[in-house]
Design a protein around this ligand. Structure first.
Ligand SMILES: [Fe+2]
Length: 231
């Protein structure tokens, strides 16, 4: 497997490039529009053909590069069907499997941060990778106070779906604001303060008291992302 974790500074977004070395097919997870030239250069340098540009959810803090990548490469764009985006090539459902050559990405519906949030699981060479979007962050969880976010749904997504994965599963989040790049399910279970909530009501209480300002780009980014990043 060819794997790159890419970082966009302004929104602290992680973008993941996953490629199959046998078929030269690749997928990009959570792209940022301003970085598209960089992705295209990297794909070319690594000899990869982009098959899919996939978003874990409709982002409020940056504009997706999916539409621009589709224009440039002819790739298929994917987003959860709950997003109701008419411009994506294909809407995803829980359990859908995306094949990238010999690699397979499995979609897990993990609502809570937004109602269209998905996480993606991939097995390669005895290691399991979880791309957790903004559902599970390193020592945090995605806010649940807009875009049909729901702390109860997020609790179920976290405790019944993601934390049920084996402890050694690697966790690659959608953002990090402190410079952390990688964690594991076991590490987050033990050390993520939000996952120490004693029950669902305690978690909902915790999430309702965060009092975070809205993302600066929210009013522009959400409608643009419903249109695959087109202005
Ligand atoms: Fe988000």
């Amino acid at each position: 497997m060819i794997f790159r974790q890419l970082f966009e500074r302004e929104s602290s977004t992680y973008t993941y490039l996953i490629g199959c070395e046998h078929s030269q097919q690749a997928v990009l997870i959570d792209t940022v529009k301003s970085e598209v030239p960089k992705y295209l250069q990297l794909l070319q340098e690594l000899g990869l053909k982009l098959a899919y540009a996939l978003d874990t959810h409709t982002h409020a803090d940056h504009i997706t590069g999916a539409g621009a990548l589709r224009d440039a490469t002819g790739c298929t764009t994917l987003l959860g069907e709950e997003a109701g985006s008419s411009c994506v090539s294909q809407g995803l459902q829980d359990g859908d499997v995306i094949s990238i050559g010999q690699l397979q990405l499995k979609a897990i519906y993990t609502p809570g941060h937004t109602d269209d949030s998905y996480s993606y699981l991939l097995d390669d060479a005895g290691q399991t990778y979880l791309f957790s979007g903004d559902t599970l962050l390193i020592r945090g969880t995605g806010r649940t106070d807009f875009q049909n976010g729901n702390a109860r749904d997020q609790y179920h997504s976290l405790f019944n779906k993601l934390l049920a994965l084996p402890d050694q599963t690697l966790v690659y989040p959608g953002h990090d604001y402190k410079g952390w790049t990688l964690s594991s399910i076991g590490e987050e279970k033990a050390h993520n303060p939000r996952l120490q909530a004693k029950d669902i009501n305690a978690y909902v209480e915790l999430m309702s008291n965060l009092k975070l300002p809205n993302p600066q780009m929210m009013d522009i980014a959400v409608p643009a992302n419903r249109a695959c990043g087109k202005d």
